[in-house]
Design a protein around this ligand. Structure first.
Ligand code: PHE
Length: 494
């Protein structure tokens, strides 16, 4: 609180009012404008009341000020005209400039002077002996703040000798919240106010409902989750149903054996797969007859296949592992579908898988797979190629090429390559194929049913979309939380 603010409040307290802020400013030797600033702020806090006082006066122009001592132009002209008269041309010499011209005109109007043209050259002659300089007197009155006649004032205004001047001062009184000291309103209710009971009288600052709130620090979606949502949208728009993927731990049976992956396949090595030690095995879940059919197809073949011709071990199929691909989920789903009486179906899954890999810029020991599966009678490789074109163009990757590949569970198998407009080359984006009869028939699938499927990682498209070139910046313990907070919205495709 400024000193001046304090003395204003004290003055109002002592005299119930300040009758005129103009006079008060004078008495305190402060600029009225400075005082007005304080008045406005005190009034805004309802400490004081304010009433306008309108002021009016005439003010002299610079020209008029010079006539206060020297007299009005008409009087000055009258003075220079001697009794015998003055040649008109002499006036300009004695009173050059406006004074001569203006004064002569005024004096003629007042009938103080006249012109005499009888002697050839025009002469100014006096018509009266003496004059009173009323204009000078009026200007003196104005200068002293005396009232003057309205008609006189109008005449002076016309001659631009005076002008209207208006200004405001204020009458100040006690406001609704008058106090000798301004109390800063509190912004928060404190425990202390409640304990002491001061909240009853405490003044609080009003809420500013237009203020922007603090940005909440929680609830940020990781890029992988955003891209997953986009994949879900694409699949559901294409009529696919999501498979339950909520088991990271899987038996070797569903992860490998059901998929006709031989037990001595290198992928089933501990170098590639994480096996569980506790519990190391499982015995539940697989019906005996199905188990037998799987064993049989591995050992002896069937359904037009010669099998692998090795001795299939139950114990090997019972080993628990962290699922190495979401195709383990698909194999469970397809078995269910065959048991429930086959109906055409379209399934998808997006979830985490685990591989015992050497970690580098593009590989982690856990990542996410996106998998699509379609089961129907009479599906062909052409259907697979067609649906891959549909799916990948929705991702914004319309240019595809395929390369023959090998998976134990699909025949034919195709690696999927997509043209990158940025890198100007084809890049591998996924793997696909038609599930083998050696996998489908033991499940109980009708002979004419074919299943086409494809899989890709969630990380690869996410890294491309978000411009992340090291997978460790996207996933795992080295991820920066600010990347998670600040990553932009995800927009997949066209
Ligand atoms: N399971 C395969 C992988 O892990 C992907 C795939 C899914 C291939 C479905 C063919 C069919 O790479």
């Amino acid at each position: 609180m400024s000193e001046l603010e304090g003395s204003v409040l004290r003055a109002i307290h002592d005299q119930q009012q300040i009758a005129d802020s103009g006079e008060y400013a004078l008495s305190q030797s402060v600029d009225h404008l400075t005082l007005v600033g304080i008045i406005k702020s005190l009034a805004a806090s309802e400490l004081i009341t304010v009433e306008d006082i309108d002021h009016f006066r005439y003010a002299l122009s610079d020209e008029a000020t010079s006539y206060l001592a020297a007299g009005s132009p008409e009087a000055q002209v009258f003075k220079v005209v001697p009794e015998e008269g003055l040649p008109l041309s002499q006036l300009k010499v004695l009173l050059p400039g406006d004074i001569g011209d203006v004064g002569f005109k005024q004096a003629m109007q007042q009938k103080w002077l006249a012109t005499d043209k009888s002697g050839g050259e025009p002469k100014i002659i006096r018509k009266v002996d003496c004059i009173t300089d009323k204009t000078q007197q009026l200007l003196k009155d104005v200068a002293e703040g005396k009232e003057i006649d309205k008609a006189d004032a109008e005449a002076l205004k016309k001659r631009k000798l005076i002008r209207n001047e208006t200004w405001k001062t204020y009458k100040l009184g006690k406001g609704a919240k008058f106090a000798l000291e301004r109390v800063k309103p509190a912004t928060d209710l404190t425990a202390e106010m409640i304990q002491k009971g001061t909240w009853r009288t405490q003044e609080f600052k009003e809420y500013n409902f237009n203020a922007l709130g603090a940005i909440p620090s929680g609830g940020h979606l990781h890029p992988l989750l955003k891209v997953r949502t986009q994949f879900r949208k694409i699949f559901t728009q294409m009529g696919f149903e999501e498979m339950p993927t909520n088991n990271y731990v899987e038996s070797s049976f569903w992860n490998f054996d059901a998929l006709f992956q031989p037990q001595q396949h290198p992928a089933r090595d501990a170098h590639d797969t994480f096996f569980l030690t506790k519990p190391a095995t499982t015995t539940t879940g697989v019906p005996e007859e199905y188990l037998q059919r799987v064993k049989d197809v591995h050992q002896n073949g069937g359904y037009g296949s010669i099998g692998y011709g090795y001795s299939w071990k139950l114990a090997e199929s019972q080993k628990n592992l962290l699922r190495t691909h979401t195709t383990a989920v698909s194999s469970r789903m397809l078995y269910r579908l065959a048991q429930d009486g086959f109906k055409p179906a379209k399934y998808f899954s997006i979830d985490r898988v685990f591989r015992n890999e050497a970690i580098d810029r593009t590989h982690l020991a856990e990542f996410h797979q996106v998998e699509g599966v379609i089961c129907d009678r009479g599906l062909t490789l052409g259907d697979l190629i067609g649906v891959l074109h549909q799916f990948f163009s929705r991702l914004g990757l319309p240019k595809l090429r395929f390369k023959p590949a090998y998976n134990p569970y699909t025949e034919p198998s195709m690696e999927i390559f997509s043209y990158s407009e940025e890198l100007k080359k084809y890049m591998e984006v996924g793997n696909s194929g038609m599930f083998r009869p050696e996998m489908l028939r033991p499940m109980g699938m009708p002979e004419d049913v074919n299943v086409i499927a494809w899989g890709l990682s969630l990380e690869r498209p996410t890294m491309i979309l978000y411009g992340i070139d090291n997978i460790r910046d996207l996933f795992g313990h080295k991820v920066s939380l600010s990347m998670v907070k600040r990553n932009p919205l995800c927009r997949l495709g066209l």
